[in-house]
Design a binder for this molecule. Structure first.
Ligand SMILES: [Zn+2]
Length: 896
């Protein structure tokens, strides 16, 4: 019994000891400051055909105080050995204990080590991640590839680390791989030699510049490597930089177009920043499966390969998208990689910077891609989520991993970029550029926060606290300013009165109103343009004199550069709209948004909105011509009845079918980007919103031809790439099971990622209950890659007919779907399930299902709250406007 008693006593001691240790809660926010990583040596041994890899990491760490343990990150890692080697070379066996499910681990030394520099040596193994995070594996036919995605907090799946952006250190990476595999990392290899096993090779890569863990990348597999044009030296950089495109086996030549564009993009940012491209080479790697669109890893940018692969059968939009995404990721090499935000609350700065800079580069280098209109459409999309009371702020406090994972939204990217641009317009491009150069030079290879940036702009511009307060107002409060304008005249002089409030959709009341310091610029007349007049609206109301008179048409958001909406008296808006064709396209689009936002506020009837469409439908630019399509679709879905829908459809078809007919379904050699974009937008609207029967017949013919339904087998290249997606969707709806089965067969053998997206779009578009079930079930099998899931399901619920069936299916298959999704995208299930819902009952149904689950969905609480609010806003507007108002309009618009 003595033994037993001693055993019990030992257990008690152990329990007490454990109690003492656990008194220190694991840090789920920032790690403590007492241990700082200084450098990493990371050696990975990985075979893409295996299921696991091994690693050895040695991290030099500065202990700022005497410590017996430290905290770091590691998820799904099987640690075989861990040692702490002190400054005298003494080895202390250590212990690695996972203490929080988000990957917070405690390393205890077994003794107290005085403040000093130590080295942590950790041997471990881990599975290749199945959810596109950390070091993950993708299969393409019989080929297997390894790719990494570390941002925001997935480096911890690949190696033990201090997984925070403020810790920037050099990394020395070594990869041991089967000798027939191609292996790449952030830097160029400096040594390659046979490994101990002659079937393996060991590559040693040069030490990186100081980088945070989230920018580390490696890739292994049977990659095609296409050498690009070298980035030649210029006035900013003395050394040439090697450029390569890297893609799955056989795809190398498809990277030629983007490689040819890349040198001018790099040069643009070098000249803008006066900082040379910061790294020793540039690889653009197209991954066959990827969670995001692309990732700006230093020197090794990883994309969804569909975004970069271009050949004779690519849609015209691919060129524009490839250019924009590449410009965005290359901009990050300075904005994010050279200067990195210290903590995730400022992640907006990385993304807003890159989005803003990308827009500048596209406008400057590729005028044919109409970057100014694309940028404005992005801003208007962000305004939808910024209309919610539950909207995130640009600079949102971050307290846990869920906040980090949901920080990558339209507010961070598009609103952040729009705010940067608004202040750029206010201060002038030269002043702004000088401030940006100052900021980058001061913080190069280190960290820089929003406060650092604001201080720099305030100092360089000489605007001091006025500027700083105005910028902070936009970062730290959610919402869109609404500027009410009104002209009054006395003795021939015109005064413009400006009042500000928060833009809110119908029925929404804000109990905590915000006041902005808002740069407002007014453009008088569209034709012979006068100088714009700008004022800082830094109080609730301000009057100022304008150069015109009371008959002047004016636009209260010159160049569409302000992040705000406006409302004006009906007569003034009518005067503006009447002469709007003389204004530039971005201002025409802002004017159309004024019509649309007035409808959202419940101030405009459906008839008034529809009356604005005939003029817009003739606009030369596709963005303006199609500006009210979303509102039209909303009216059709939520206000139209069996009695009014025919008149509405006939009206929409009559407005747009002639233009679509003139364009036809085939790209002509001389077609510009605007022409092809207009064609795609019109075809999509007519086929899926007004259901133009003639066009749907023509698309069904095209889809049948591509799928070989009338003989000849499937060959997607038989039809025009620009309308292929629409044609396949219509064909699944019109031709039913044979089309669906042909697409399933093609999906099993087709490895062209873009074509796969089109095939999945088409499967999701079915309205047939049995085929719909088959499509939904496909998403929980390996037939659909993880990164393809959003494409299948988003398009499925885009069809209102599928909303209920999807929800029923989800209640039975939720776990199977959730386990496939990467951490960062788990909450997307809520977004998908919430789509096309617009009633209290539908809102209740969503809440009842997800409320008990949100605590297990990363970032789920915020996404559920936003989804419910979106449905609530839709429901309120639907009830306010009512079906009768559309009936009045329909009675006045009989079908001829
Ligand atoms: Zn980005």
């Amino acid at each position: 019994m003595a033994l037993h008693e001693r055993f019990v006593a030992a257990l008690l001691v152990a329990t007490l000891f454990a109690g003492v240790v656990e008194a220190e809660a694991p840090p789920t926010g920032p790690l403590p400051d007492d241990a700082t990583p200084l450098s990493y040596d990371l050696a990975l041994k990985a075979d893409p055909r295996a299921e696991r890899f091994t690693g050895r990491v040695r991290i030099r760490v500065r202990l700022a105080a005497a410590l017996d343990h430290l905290w770091l990150h590691g998820s799904d890692l099987d640690v075989a050995r861990i040692e702490a080697i002190d400054a005298h070379g003494a080895v202390h066996p250590a212990r690695f204990t996972l203490r929080d499910a988000s990957g917070v681990a405690e390393v205890s030394f077994g003794a107290t080590l005085p403040a000093q520099e130590i080295e942590l040596a950790i041997d471990y193994s881990a599975p290749f991640n199945a959810k596109l995070q950390g070091l993950y594996k993708v299969k393409v036919g019989d080929d297997a590839y390894l790719v990494t995605q570390m941002e925001p907090t997935s480096a911890r799946y690949a190696f033990p680390c201090f997984d925070e952006p403020r810790f920037k250190t050099p990394f020395r990476v070594t990869l041991t791989v089967p000798k027939d595999e191609v292996a790449v990392a952030n830097t160029r290899p400096i040594d390659e030699r046979p490994a101990a096993d002659p079937n393996w090779t060991t590559l040693t890569f040069g030490a990186t510049k100081p980088l945070p863990t989230y920018l580390i990348a490696v890739a292994v597999g049977p990659w095609d490597v296409l050498e690009g044009p070298t980035l030649p030296p210029n006035s900013v950089r003395r050394n040439p930089i090697a450029l390569r495109g890297i893609g799955p086996r056989g795809t190398g030549p498809q990277f030629q177009w983007i490689l040819d564009q890349t040198p001018m993009i790099v040069k643009y940012f070098e000249e803008y920043t006066r900082q040379p491209y910061p790294f020793d080479k540039l690889d653009l790697l197209g991954a066959p499966d990827f969670g995001a669109g692309a990732m700006e890893n230093a020197g090794l940018i990883v994309f969804r390969d569909a975004l970069l692969r271009i050949d004779a059968h690519s849609p015209a939009s691919t060129y524009r998208t490839a250019f924009n995404v590449t410009a965005h990721e290359i901009a990050h090499q300075w904005f994010g990689d050279l200067v990195t935000v210290p903590w995730w609350n400022d992640i907006w700065l990385n993304e807003a910077f890159a989005t803003w800079a990308q827009g500048k580069a596209t406008v400057a280098l590729k005028p044919e891609f109409a970057g100014d209109l694309a940028r404005l459409e992005g801003t208007l999309r962000a305004m939808r989520s910024d209309s919610l009371l539950t909207a995130r702020r640009i600079r949102q406090p971050i307290t846990n991993v869920g906040d980090i994972q949901t920080a990558f939204d339209g507010i961070t990217y598009q609103k952040g970029a729009a705010v940067l641009r608004m202040f750029e317009e206010w201060l002038g491009e030269d002043t702004y550029r000088a401030a940006m150069r100052d900021y980058l030079a001061r913080h190069a290879f280190g960290g820089g926060s929003a406060d650092d940036l604001i201080a720099t702009i305030a100092r360089v511009s000489g605007r001091g606290a006025v500027l700083a307060n105005a910028m902070r107002g936009f970062l730290d409060a959610p919402g869109i300013p609404l500027v009410h304008t009104e002209l009054t005249c006395s003795n021939g002089a015109a005064t413009l009165s400006l009042k500000q409030s928060r833009f809110l959709p119908y029925g929404v009341i804000d109990n905590a109103p915000v006041q902005w310091s808002l740069p407002v610029c007014i453009q008088l007349t569209g034709g012979a343009r006068s100088a714009k007049q700008c004022v800082l609206l830094d109080r609730p109301q301000r009057d100022f004199k304008i150069a015109g008179d009371c008959a002047t048409a004016y636009l209260p958001n010159a160049d569409a550069s302000g992040y705000y909406r406006f409302a004006m008296p009906a007569a003034e808006l009518a005067r503006l709209t009447e002469g709007i064709a003389a204004f530039p396209p971005v201002e025409q689009l802002i004017d159309a948004d004024a019509v649309s936002s007035s409808f959202i506020r419940g101030d405009t009837t459906p008839g008034e909105l529809l009356d604005a469409m005939p003029t817009l439908s003739q606009a030369a630019t596709p963005e303006v011509a199609t500006a009210l399509f979303d509102q039209f679709r909303w009216i059709r879905q939520y206000l139209a009845t069996g009695a009014t829908r025919p008149a509405l459809d006939a009206f929409g078809t009559a407005l747009y079918a002639p233009r679509a007919g003139a364009l036809g379904l085939h790209r002509a050699p001389a077609d510009t980007d605007a022409t092809t974009q207009l064609r795609v937008r019109l075809v999509d609207f007519l086929a899926f919103t007004t259901h133009d029967a003639a066009l749907r017949r023509a698309l069904n013919d095209q889809g049948r031809l591509a799928l070989g339904l009338d003989g000849g087998g499937t060959d997607l290249s038989r039809i025009d790439a620009d309308v292929r997606d629409d044609a396949l969707r219509v064909t699944v709806q019109e031709s039913g099971a044979p089309a669906f089965q042909a697409i399933l067969g093609e999906l099993a053998v087709n490895h062209q990622t873009r074509e796969r997206y089109e095939l999945l779009d088409a499967l999701g578009a079915t309205h047939d209950p049995a085929l719909g079930e088959e499509a939904r079930n496909l998403g929980i099998t390996p037939a659909v890659a993880v990164g393809e899931l959003p494409i299948l399901y988003n398009n499925h619920v885009y069809e209102p007919e599928n909303v209920d069936a999807f929800f029923q299916w989800l209640t039975a298959h939720y776990d199977a779907l959730a386990t496939r999704l990467p951490d960062q995208y788990q909450s997307d299930i809520i977004t998908v399930a919430a789509k096309n819902r617009c009633s209290t009952a539908q809102s209740d149904q969503l809440r009842e299902f997800f409320a008990p689950r949100v605590s297990h969905i990363i970032g789920g609480d915020r996404v559920l709250a936003q989804s419910l609010e979106t449905i609530g806003q839709c429901t309120a507007l639907r009830e306010h406007v009512g079906e009768a108002s559309l009936a009045t309009w329909a009675a006045a618009h009989p079908i001829h």
